[in-house]
Design a protein. Structure first.
Length: 127
């Protein structure tokens, strides 16, 4: 099965040796997104809500570039440096991922790239 790299200017450019997403058949693997503004490549400043929203906006942009949306998400993995923010992730995620909600895991981590407090990756299934 051939794989295709997905790229969009509406999400932050890769800051390492990875693609924003890779499509293999009907499955799209979206790389973890942190709250980087795609225009400035700087971290979003402000409260945790602004950071979480930026992450989901970045994910949505990559999903759109792949020909789908976050409604196509079948698996989401959330990484948080402080799990007390998990309730906010739930509330904001529900605004981007409609029911039926994707499967999900949440992982508490000590550190994320560029000092981010949240990172989210997902897998999409495009029919």
């Amino acid at each position: 099965m051939a794989k295709t790299s997905i790229q969009t200017d509406r999400a932050p450019q890769a800051i390492g040796t990875y693609s924003q997403a890779v499509r293999a058949g009907d499955t799209v693997y979206v790389s973890g997104q942190i709250p980087l503004d795609p225009l400035t490549m700087q971290m979003v400043s402000g409260d945790i809500d602004a950071e979480i929203r930026r992450v989901f906006e970045n994910l949505a942009a990559v999903a759109a570039a792949a020909g789908g949306s976050l409604a196509d998400a079948v698996k989401v993995t959330v990484f948080l440096t402080d799990l007390t923010h998990f309730a906010r992730v739930n509330e904001i995620m529900a605004q981007y991922c409609p029911q039926p909600f994707p499967a999900r895991a949440a992982v508490g981590v000590a550190q994320l790239p560029r000092g981010a407090r949240v990172e989210v990756e997902c897998i999409l299934h495009l029919a």
